[in-house]
Write a protein that binds this ligand. Structure first.
Ligand code: ARG
Length: 460
């Protein structure tokens, strides 16, 4: 076994096979190649600017790095586990291409600040692409909400019919969640967008670096102020994972509702063929597999957050190899939520609303009982608590008769509360019920249309 060509100076032997297997990260951190090369280019240019390496060496390094980037882009690069990670794979190839000058690139730098820099750049890119996907998701929800501002459905609490609401209102609740998800990603981005480059191994370096130049060259807000923090902080990744996990939780709730709504027992919606699957044995089945998978992806994204929290817990400063375990958790979470968002956007865009079934279900379960109580408070000036009792007796009467509240005659209503007049009929219909909920944030079609306009404006 030959010693490692990057750090083998003090070693007589190379690593055991199993050592190489546990140590190597190239199988996953190759995903950092574009960021790694971008950071190396900025570093090399700065070294030359500061007279730490010659302009000629810098030119050779930059040319070689561009060539390597093209090789990897085109799938022509051979990654080697022997070289552990993306940083050493790139540097070794650079040496093949330009010779000894390649060895000057690592001046005043360590893989510790290098990986922290690359990873921050990757997370920043991931946030930007997720934000675009979140906007597409919101846009699909707002469009569906606009078409369904007056579509009546049952609103549930405890999954028991509570009060009639509009489907548009229900969808807009998810637009609100998604907008807070975007705010969380924006906050994670701010935490991510500082440059560790120049922290070197942990203590900084004796070379006269220009850390502002490398920070700004990579689009970071500023260089990190403390080199120990620079190489050992992973809270940016934790914030990212936390935003992913919370968003995945939101998506899982909508996914679960889609599973319920599309079941034959509810029949509220029909998913398009494009987002349904059949059964190999039961010819009648249309399964909402994509929604179910989104529901389950949430567990795995939450798992990634818990993984990294566990890795970072009680880890002494500064860098420790434990932190190499950060990447798979982040990559997997980012991939999972990107896919989940795209699938949810497609399902929302394509789903057909079954207004008749929604309306029928909205009328069940005495859903306008609160409207009766409110009428008694408003017209008969009774305290709400008393109106609640009176209405309870009216509900019991309808239940006993096996009919809906709107089917009770005025006489029957008056047998419970003599003050009731024919005017009460006006609040018993589903449309009257939803139309009456005009408080800010309420479910009335009028309010929903306002909110749809608000979001259309925001998402322009
Ligand atoms: N592959 C390593 C990681 O992902 C890079 C940093 C290695 N640093 C070290 N001191 N061995 O964390």
């Amino acid at each position: 076994m030959t010693t490692n060509e990057m750090w083998g100076g003090r070693f007589a032997q190379g690593p055991a096979g199993i050592m190489e297997e546990i140590n190597a990260s190239i199988d996953f951190d190759r995903r950092l190649y574009a960021q790694d090369i971008a950071a190396s280019k900025v570093h090399a240019a700065m070294l030359a600017e500061r007279g730490i390496i010659s302009q000629a060496d810098a030119a050779a390094i930059l040319g070689g790095l561009d060539k390597i980037k093209a090789e990897i882009d085109q799938g022509k690069f051979t990654f080697s586990r022997k070289l552990e990670d993306i940083h050493m794979n790139v540097e070794a190839r650079l040496k093949d291409l330009i010779g000894e000058a390649a060895g000057r690139l690592h001046t005043a730098r360590s893989r510790n600040d290098q990986v922290a820099t690359d990873f921050r750049l990757w997370v920043r890119d991931a946030i930007d692409s997720l934000d675009a996907r979140l906007v597409a998701f919101q846009t699909a929800l707002v469009a569906k909400a606009g078409q369904n501002s007056a579509t009546v459905m049952p609103g549930f609490t405890h999954l028991q019919t509570a009060q009639p609401i509009t489907f548009g209102h229900h969808l807009l609740a998810y637009v609100e969640m998604a907008s807070r998800d975007r705010a969380r990603f924006a906050s994670a981005r701010a935490c991510t967008n500082e440059s560790p480059l120049g922290s070197a191994a942990l203590a900084g370096t004796s070379f006269p670096l220009d850390r502002d130049a490398t920070a700004h060259g990579l689009g970071f807000m500023r260089p990190m102020r403390n080199s120990l923090d620079g190489v050992s902080a992973r809270d940016f990744a934790l914030e990212f994972l936390s935003a992913c996990a919370i968003m995945a939780t939101h998506l899982s709730r909508l996914a679960e509702e889609i599973v319920l709504w599309s079941s034959p027992a509810f029949k509220f919606i029909t998913l398009s063929d494009a987002f349904s699957t059949g059964s190999s044995i039961m010819p009648q089945k249309r399964n909402p597999d994509a929604a179910e998978l989104v529901r389950a992806k949430c567990a795995r994204v939450t798992g990634s957050l818990v993984t990294l929290l566990g890795v970072m817990k009680a880890l002494p400063l500064a860098y420790a190899k434990d932190m190499q375990e950060d990447k798979e958790a982040v990559f997997d979470a980012a991939d999972s939520v990107a896919l989940a968002l795209a699938a949810m956007t497609g399902m929302v865009e394509d789903l057909k609303v079954n207004e008749i079934a929604m309306r029928k279900a909205a009328g069940e379960g005495f859903s306008t009982a609160t409207d009766i109580a409110d009428w008694i408070v408003r017209v008969l000036k009774k305290p709400f608590r008393e109106a609640h009792h009176i209405t309870g007796r009216i509900v019991a009467m309808a239940e006993g008769r096996g009919c809906g509240l709107a089917d009770l005659s005025l006489k029957e209503l008056q047998s419970v509360e003599p003050g009731i007049t024919a005017d009460i009929q006006s609040v018993l219909s589903l449309d009257a019920s939803v139309a009456s909920r005009t408080s800010f944030g309420g479910t009335s079609p009028e309010r929903v249309r306002e909110q749809v306009r608000y979001w259309q404006e925001q998402l322009k």
